[in-house]
Write a protein that binds this ligand. Structure first.
Ligand code: ADP
Ligand code: 5GP
Length: 215
């Protein structure tokens, strides 16, 4: 039996990671840090009907589309999941996800609790990560200090957070975003460990195992 050079072994299967958190928890801040800490992770870019915020670019944070275009894409079944969040539509592209999976690429999706539930039903091996603030008053402070939303919008987001946090038990991993650097390291650890799951390495290890059969 010949040896298997490591670069000739089949690639491991790509994983799908979902990260959800109440608005203001610090998810965007954390994802920016993660981009530096973890290599080989693609980020799914959702479609949304919400208008771009200052500094956001079409095709980078989101694909910004009109409600009519969103509905057309919905009717054509382009989304693996979609949801209405804070009064706007958001949807995940099937095609982006499929392409990444076929290429054995890991993908991170920043989607809400409803989207996670729908995705997990269709793709049960999805890894769910829920990010929490240390407390409700901390969340309130972060939303106010961000200076991005009007007081009414902040009140709506805080109200929504009570319902969102109630779903924490549906996720595989829980990360409390207290100190930014600690939370970023925890997220990195989850991703690195999840890449080693048996299901992701089945093809690769089957090839290694074959070299152990005598003869
Ligand atoms: P999200 O993407 O979850 O809505 P942001 O990343 O925009 O949240 O963060 C909300 C606010 O909280 C920002 O002003 C950010 O600088 C701040 N923030 C993020 N992480 C922390 C943290 N660990 N401790 C304190 N403030 C934080
Ligand atoms: P924001 O408008 O602040 O960027 O995002 C608002 C919320 O929408 C966040 O909770 C985010 O995770 C969620 N979201 C973003 N894209 C999608 C998506 O494609 N599907 C679903 N279900 N939620 C999304």
């Amino acid at each position: 039996m010949k040896a298997n050079p490591a670069n000739k072994l089949p690639k491991r299967r790509g994983s799908i990671f979902v990260i959800s958190a109440p608005s203001g928890t610090g998810k965007s801040t954390l994802i920016t840090r993660l981009r530096v800490l973890v290599r080989g992770l693609a980020f799914s870019v959702s479609y949304t009907t919400r208008p771009p915020r200052a500094g956001e670019e079409n095709g980078r944070e989101y694909f910004f589309v009109s409600p009519a275009e969103f509905k057309r894409r919905m009717a054509q079944k382009e989304f693996i999941e979609w949801a209405q969040v804070h009064g706007h539509y958001y949807g995940t592209s099937w095609q982006q996800l499929q392409q990444a999976q076929e290429a054995g690429q890991d993908v991170l999706l920043d989607i809400d609790v409803q989207g996670y539930k729908k995705l997990r039903k269709r793709l049960p091996e999805t890894v769910g990560i829920f990010l929490l603030p240390p407390s409700f008053p901390d969340l309130e402070k972060r939303l106010r200090h961000r200076h991005k939303d009007a007081p009414e919008a902040i009140a709506k987001r805080l109200e929504a957070s009570r319902k969102e946090v109630a779903h924490w038990k549906e996720y595989d991993y829980l990360i409390v975003n207290d100190r930014r650097s600690m939370a970023a390291q925890s997220l990195r650890n989850v991703i690195l460990a999840a890449r080693l799951r048996r299901g992701c390495q089945e093809r690769r290890v089957t090839e290694i195992y074959k070299t152990f059969s005598g003869g």
